[in-house]
Design a protein around this ligand. Sequence first.
Ligand code: BT5
Length: 264
Amino acid sequence: MDINIWKTRLEQLPLGDLYLHQELGSTNVEAEAVIEQGARPFSLVLVDSQTAGKGRQGRNWVTRKGKALAFSWILYPEPDLAHPETLGLFSGLGALAVAEVLNNVFQLPAEIKWPNDVLVEGKKVAGVLVDVHWAGSQLKDVVLGIGVNVARGSVPDNDVLNFPATSLEEAAGKQIPRLELLVQILESLINWYPRLSAPEFLQAWDSKLAYRGQMVKLVSSTNVIDQGILNRIGEDGSLILLSEDGKERRYHTGEIQLRLVDRF
Ligand code: BT5
């Protein structure tokens, strides 16, 4: 990655400080460090390869040199967004920005597997990790981390995957320029962030949901929590499942993962 070229292009966007590196442990961890040093709102931590990339709940995320996008966007939300119930919206923001760009700019059939995965033809191409830091009961900051598999060599070996995965280039059958993809995703994030609790944001997120109308199960690391027909995204970013008698059940992000019944 030629950091000077990337920096020159990114300086044209309304971001805060730019922290661009060839290699880091995790951009989300580095973001926490630069926040302590006073990073401005909308600052970006970006890296070419991660040696200890983080997934959710202590899982890991592989980012190989020259093959992927891995970055963290630093937000200091207004108090009206600073509630535990609204934090799921940030995962939605990351997933929507990626899915929208893949749909609109690269003509890929991207969908969102609630809450945080972007799928193309049923395989994962991107993941979102939101880290939230509190000072007592006050929300201090939100770090929105996004990893995208761009080139073919970005996908880890099958034995470390907990869900089928692919890369954008494999799905598209052509090269995808990483810097251009990044700029588009950032523009989508910048566009949607001020409207995070607006109905049009929820509609846009909802319109990209994978598995709608299908029987899904929500699983924790140890057991199945619930099973039902995937219906829609609720006003608060929760996932709404329907039971056979049509009753709604709502779930917030947390320790749960979504799977199609009888598939994985
Ligand atoms: C995620 O976790 O999908 C969130 C990934 C977030 C990564 C970004 S990169 C920038 C920022 N900095 C970080 O340190 N993290 C964020 P989860 O749903 O828990 O998925 C993790 C699981 O996906 C792992 O346990 C593997 O099985 C699998 N996996 C690891 N690397 C992958 C990859 N490159 N592509 C697809 N699957 C992967």
